[in-house]
Design a protein around this ligand. Structure first.
Ligand SMILES: Cc1cc2nc3c(=O)[nH]c(=O)nc-3n(C[C@H](O)[C@H](O)[C@H](O)COP(=O)(O)OP(=O)(O)OC[C@H]3O[C@@H](n4cnc5c(N)ncnc54)[C@H](O)[C@@H]3O)c2cc1C
Length: 505
């Protein structure tokens, strides 16, 4: 019993960092794919923010985070992120992550939109996520206390007679379901982008952790705050490759199909306006039939392959040479600001259940996430949770119940993803949001309570209740913010009268 492991669900930066920091406490990682695949972490391009510059401070970083968050940032969470960040980046650097450095060997810190100081560390321009993951995977593979189950996924939580979460229903590579008992369960399943037809996220990342936690009765914080990246490449590819903000930082311009640089009409900051403003403007031009494009020909031109190798490769694979052609763009679901409500160590409202990384709602991002704070949060929260979990005692488990998610067939998932993009996307209104909930009801009547329908219900339900526009949540029928900002803190029971009975295992 003393050796019962901590079960970590997911294998992105937050999961791997937590597992490494748990040393020597035994843990199991469930990864639906080979390590490094099917996670947003490997695709992160811009970099990772922390107050490491000579004229910077954690206080300034926290202030920028709070300003970006549209009145909903939890000050303590933002301060913790900013204060603990620099140590985590230094540790990554010492572990061998090949961050870009100057001739003296010091980290090069880049300026990004809405940051008041240069503080974003990058790896060969736009390959930060892949490089960090490669380093962490190497460490995980040689760590005796970590047992990785590749091609395994979780499909529900286990709860004991006292109401403590004590394990997961794990699906093996051959499709068999096994009860995996552990000292505690850490959800690290990433955001919800995969629930949208147009997204920058891997399809596998659709909010499974949020669904499992919600079905077990956990509180969910601000699920309606989904950030849409304004300049995903519209190349008929799912997921959509990203043309990151760094391209606009380097001078690339957003144009419509008539060649007009329209952003100045929408915001004084033009192309460098906040993400939500640019996303709405791009959506509007597309809806008006004028289209939207990113033009990097003059500003970046021949330097494109060297400065932005990932974006260049994505363009060339789709027959677009960004040195000579404009890149078609569209807003795409990118990251989740809310999530499973947690305290500053990753504890959810259910005993035994923890959440870290993008699936967790710590309040650090409020209604709008400051660019490059996401990877940082994965590190800080992964570390904090591990610190607490390492001391946790093993408990005897009696009367274990399973709370399984029903599967949603591919056709239902396709309908749901399309509905989420069309009706719970950049611009929302009551009628459209209601239509998502009606679809969810219809799908659940046919297939039972599935993970994707739970997440869609939470997002659309909270968006419907929030009768204002704030941060990334824009309602055309309520275009102004309320005077006093308020969080959405809800359980599935708040949105749904009847929950399925737990299965006695
Ligand atoms: C294209 C792109 C660019 C980005 N650029 C940046 C950037 O420059 N800087 C920055 O800070 N952030 C960036 N982000 C955001 C950042 O990458 C994510 O917020 C962060 O990596 C999330 O890490 P995570 O560990 O929480 O989740 P992920 O890395 O998404 O990992 C989630 C894991 O959970 C697994 N999983 C899902 N469901 C199940 C299940 N049922 N059972 C078991 N496992 C499951 C997935 O397969 C995956 O392994 C970017 C995101 C994208 C998509």
């Amino acid at each position: 019993m003393a050796k019962a492991p901590i079960i970590i669900v997911g294998a992105g930066v937050s999961a791997l960092w937590c597992a490494l920091r748990l040393h020597p406490t035994p843990c199991v990682i469930l990864s639906p794919a080979i390590l490094g695949r099917a996670c947003a972490s490997s695709w992160a391009q811009g970099g990772i923010a922390s107050a490491l510059g000579p004229d910077d401070s954690p206080l300034l970083h926290a202030e920028d985070t709070i300003r970006a968050g549209a009145g909903l940032v939890d000050t303590d969470a933002a301060l913790a992120l900013a204060r603990l960040g620099p140590v985590e980046i230094k540790t990554l650097f010492d572990m061998g992550v090949p961050f870009d450095v100057d001739q003296a060997g010091d980290l090069i810190l880049n300026l990004e939109g809405a940051h008041s100081r240069p503080r974003v560390a990058r790896v060969t321009g736009d390959a930060a996520g892949k490089a960090i993951m490669t380093t962490l995977i190497t460490q995980v593979r040689v760590s005796d206390h970590i047992h990785v189950r590749e091609k395994w996924s979780a499909h529900g939580l286990l709860r004991d007679a006292r109401g403590h979460i004590c394990g997961v229903l794990a699906k093996s590579p051959d499709g068999g379901i096994e009860q995996l008992l552990g000292r505690a369960v850490v959800l690290a399943t990433g955001g919800v982008g995969g629930l949208y037809a147009t997204t920058t996220n891997p399809r596998e990342v659709w909010g499974a952790g949020m669904a499992m936690a919600a079905l077990a009765g956990a509180e969910i914080l601000d699920p309606e705050f989904v950030q849409f990246h304004p300049t995903a490449m519209a190349l008929n590819r799912t997921p959509a490759p990203l043309a990151s903000e760094a391209l606009r930082g380097a001078g690339a311009q957003i144009l419509n199909g008539h060649g007009e640089a329209f952003m100045a009409q929408y915001d004084g900051m033009g192309d460098l306006a906040p993400r939500d403003v640019v996303a709405r403007a791009v959506a509007k031009e597309i809806q008006a039939g004028r289209g939207a494009f990113l033009d990097a020909r003059l500003a970046i031109g021949a330097q494109f392959p060297e400065l932005f190798p990932s974006a260049f490769a994505a363009c060339m694979e789709n027959g677009i040479d960004p040195r000579e052609d404009v890149i078609p763009i569209a807003p795409a679901a990118h990251s989740l600001m809310g999530g499973i409500a947690t305290d500053s160590d990753g504890r959810t409202t259910l005993p035994g259940l923890w959440a870290i990384g993008e699936c967790a709602g710590t309040g650090a991002h409020g209604g709008n996430r400051l660019a490059s704070n996401s990877l940082l949060e994965c590190l800080v929260m992964g570390h904090r949770a591990a610190y607490q979990l390492a001391d946790m005692d093993a408990q005897a488990r009696k009367g274990v119940q399973a709370l399984p998610l029903a599967p949603l067939p591919a056709e239902g998932m396709m309908r749901l993803r399309r509905a989420m993009s069309a009706h719970a996307g950049v611009v929302r209104n009551a009628r459209d949001l209601q239509s998502v909930i009606e679809l969810v009801d219809a799908l659940e009547a046919q297939h039972g309570t599935t993970g994707p329908t739970i997440v869609a219900r939470l997002i659309a339900g909270a968006a419907l209740r929030r009768e204002e526009s704030r941060g990334a949540h824009y309602r055309s029928d309520f275009p102004h913010p309320h005077e006093v900002p308020e969080h959405s803190a809800l359980t599935l029971r708040d949105l749904e009268e009847v929950l399925p009975q737990a299965e006695q295992a």
